[in-house]
Design a protein around this ligand. Structure first.
Ligand code: GDP
Ligand code: IMO
Ligand code: MG
Length: 430
């Protein structure tokens, strides 16, 4: 087993990346977030306590682990401070955290614009988290964004901020939104940097040094592959690439370091926000799964939509991201269903599709081809080995491996760190 692991979401987000990252972070020297921002909501549960993280990496609970917020993220420093304060109040006072000087900054007007753009799409909302993620990435690529490292050079920051505000205030005014005053924003950010400035540095250099000295480095993805700006259900996606493929750019390392990729997948599927979802269920079973799995958004509290495990999506995302193992999550939630189903193909205009179509108009027409299997009633939350699972549950896992062509390396049977079955011996050695 190499000393690197990449943990990514393989569906529509909220698969349990926080839990899996935390599980391995206990043994990792470094945990690196490489895309997304505080649109993520990663839940970690141990010793009877529950923690919710948004932009801070899930290795924060282990004082020996160096946590990195990489250059590919969009970082809202106000929200980072609020997150650190919440953690502090929960007793997390001893940690190591560094923020890339090259990471794009989410500014207050980005959230205002996110809300305004959504309001203009009446009837065709994306259902964003309204954290300003899309507008922040847009400014980054338009080359008018501010970066975390700018804060360390007050005069340079002032010049960039002035330039950004000249442009942004025109847009905000046109949309009838509040304009921002240079002095107010400047003073607020100089105040913030007086507290978090020591964390801002060249994190790519740190990650490369760790890799070169064979340290255990874990890369933590946010969102999920079907929310990918390139490969997801566009336009109902986020504005970054949650794949292992964006680790090199977003963490500032060479692609050769990316090898062991864990695709985190729920044992069924969920989606929060709008957009097509071929295996979605609308009956009592959706309600039962939602309640048992507490399927409500960590960031926004919205009820998550629920559907069957989608092997079309799983094959697609494993191919795109080079997934070596599935971490099959919330397995305990399936107990008590008479039948469980797996989608193996989409029927669309009289044809069977094996990969998702590019447009949502076609995807919306896709009907899932389902295989139906026996369910099981036993409570599996106490299982700690594959052998302890009921026969029907084992068959379900084996079927997922068969139809996706990827082995299941981990099964999660509850939210707690301990409720984890490591199946693949190699994963025990990380
Ligand atoms: P992430 O965004 O991928 O980190 O996932 P979230 O934290 O948003 O959502 C996953 C939810 O499922 C959280 O509430 C976790 O505590 C919970 N969870 C994770 N694994 C399991 C599991 O195996 N069983 C159950 N019942 N809950 C789990
Ligand atoms: P984690 O890391 C689930 C969804 C939003 C919306 C779309 C665009 O917890 O898995 P954005 O605010 O990013 O512009 O919203 O993407 N979305 C997520 N859904 N989990 C997430 O993160 C998400 N981050 C964004 O609901 O549909
Ligand atoms: Mg989440």
């Amino acid at each position: 087993m190499s000393e690197r692991l990449v943990v990514i979401g393989s569906q529509w987000g909220d698969e349990g990346k926080g839990k899996i990252t935390d599980y391995f972070a206990c043994r990792a020297d470094m945990v690196v977030r490489y895309q997304g921002g505080n649109n993520a909501g990663h839940t970690v549960v141990f010793d009877g306590h529950k923690y919710a993280l948004q932009s801070i990496p899930s290795g924060i609970f282990n004082p020996k682990t160096v946590n990195i917020m990489g250059n590919g993220m969009v970082i809202n420093p106000v929200s980072v401070e609020a997150e650190l304060k919440r953690l502090y109040e929960q007793g997390i006072t001893d940690y190591q955290l560094y923020i890339s000087d090259r990471a794009a900054m989410v500014m207050p007007w980005h959230a205002d614009l996110d809300g305004a753009y959504e309001a203009m799409k009446a009837g065709k909302l994306i259902g964003t988290t309204k954290k300003g993620i899309g507008p922040a990435y847009t400014d980054k690529y338009s080359r008018v964004g501010l970066r975390m490292g700018d804060l360390l050079e007050p005069e340079y920051f002032a010049e960039r901020l002035r330039g950004a505000l000249e442009q942004k205030n025109i847009e905000l005014r046109a949309l009838g939104l509040k304009e921002y005053d240079f002095d107010e924003v400047y003073n607020q950010y100089m105040d913030i940097v007086s507290r978090i400035g020591h964390m801002i540095c060249d994190t790519s250099d740190m990650v490369n040094k760790a890799l070169e000295s064979d340290k255990k480095v874990l890369f933590e993805g946010a969102q999920g592959m079907m929310l990918c700006i390139d490969h997801g259900t566009y336009p109902y996606v986020t504005s970054s690439t949650p794949s292992s493929a964006s680790v090199p750019v977003g963490a500032g390392v060479a692609p050769k370091w990316i090898d062991n990729v864990i695709g985190v997948a729920k044992s069924y599927c969920t989606r929060v926000g709008e957009g097509p979802f071929p295996t979605e269920l609308f009956d009592q079973r959706a309600h039962d799964i939602r309640e048992r799995g507490h399927e409500y958004g960590t960031v926004t509290g919205r009820p998550r939509r629920v559907g069957w495990f989608d092997a079309v999506v799983a094959r697609y995302t494993s191919r795109l991201a080079g997934i070596n193992y599935w971490a099959l999550m919330l397995f305990d939630v399936l107990s008590g269903l008479d039948k469980v189903c797996i989608c193996t193909g989409y029927e669309c205009d009289g044809k069977i599709l094996e990969t998702p179509p590019s447009t949502i108009s076609r995807l919306a027409k896709c009907k899932p081809v389902l295989i139906e299997m026996e369910g099981w009633n036993e409570d599996v939350t106490g299982a700690r080995s594959f052998d302890e699972l009921p026969e029907a549950a084992k068959k379900y896992v084996r079927k997922i491996e068969e139809v996706t062509g990827v082995p299941v390396g981990i099964i999660s049977v509850g939210p707690d760190r301990q409720q984890t079955i490591i199946i693949d011996e190699k994963l025990k050695n990380f």
